[in-house]
Design a protein around this ligand. Sequence first.
Ligand code: SAH
Ligand code: SF4
Length: 340
Amino acid sequence: MELADLRELLGPDQPKYRAQQLFDALYKRHVANFSEISNLPQPLLNQLVTISTLNGPTSEKRFDSVDGTKRYLLRLEDNRTVETVLMPEEHRDTICISSQIGCPVDCKFCLTALMGLERNLTAGEIVGQVLFVARANGLNARDSRMNVVMMGMGEPLLNLENVLKATRILTDESGVGMSQKRITVSTSGIIPKMEELGRAEVRPKLAISLNASNEEQRRELMPITRKYHLADLMKACKAYPLRTWEKLTFEYVLLKDVNDTDADARRVVRLVSRLNCKVNLIALNPGPGIPFETPTAERVGSFQEIVRKAVPCFVRKPRGRDIFAACGQLKRVNEERVEE
Ligand code: SAH
Ligand code: SF4
C-alpha cells in the first residue's frame, strides 16, 4: 500500500499523520507485526488486525551457489511460491525479483515459459521480495550498492499496474527510498505497455529482450513477435522517452548456431546503432526441455567484438547456474532436480 491507500484504510476519523506513522513503520522500520508499532494507540492497532494483514513472504527454501548467489523460494499468502535471487558482487548487490508466477509468453529458450501463467503478483508481493531479501542479508535498500532487476519469473509489462505501484513504493523517499536509477524492468516487447511505462512519472529503467537479429528468427524464438513485430518494437524503442541519465538496455541470449553468428551480430548493430543504448549478451543457460545449446566463449567474444564497435556491449557472467538460479532457469518444478 502507498500512503494514500493507508489513509483510506484508516478511514476519515483518524488524524492524517497516523497513515504516515504506519507508512514509516512498514517501509522504514520494516516491522513484521502490527504490535511492534509502538507509536500507534492500542485501539487502532486492534482495529488494524481486524481490517488488514501484514504478511510478507516467508522463506520456503534457500539454495546457495558456490559463487555467492542465493536463490530463495518464497511462500506467499495463498501458499504459492515464487523465486527471488540475490547476486552479491564486490561493488553491488543485485536482487532479481519475479513479477508473475509463471509466464504467459512462450519464449523457446526459457524454463519459466513451460509453466504457463499461474497468476500476477500483487504490488505487495513484488515489494515483499525486495524487503525480505534485504532484511535476510542485512542489506540497506537506500545504499547505492543495491540494485533491483525485474528479470525473474514473469513478464513484468503484463502486470504493469502492480509493477508501477511497487516501483513507487520502493522509491518513495519517505519509505524504502531506492533510486529509480537502481531498478530495471525487462520486457519481451509488449509494445503498448512500453508506451504506457514511458508515460509513468515514476518508473524503472527499461531493458528489452531482443534475442534475435531479424523478424523471422525472433518469431521462432519468441512467438510473441507474431503479435508485436520486431520492426514495430524497434520503432517503439526509438520513440521511448528516455530520461537524461538513462540508456535503453538490450538483452540478447546467444543460442549456439541459431542466433550467434557474425552475420547476426552485424544485423543487431543495424537494429540498435542509432539508439542511445547498450547491449548485454548472455550465453544460454541450459535447462531440461530447452532445445538449444550454449555457444563457446570464443563465439560469444567474437559476437561482442562486432557489436562493441557500434554500441557498448557486455557479456553477462552466468550466476548461480549450479543452483538453477541463472537467467531463464527459474521454474519451480525443478526443485527436486536441484536437490539431487
Ligand atoms: N519476461 C521478461 C523478464 C524475465 S526474463 C523478459 O523476457 O525480458 C529475463 C531475461 O532472461 C530475458 O532477457 C530473457 O531473454 C533471459 N533468458 C530467458 N531464458 C534464458 C536462458 N535459458 N538463458 C539465458 N537467458 C535467458
Ligand atoms: Fe516470459 Fe521472459 Fe521467459 Fe519469455 S524470457 S517466457 S517473457 S520470462
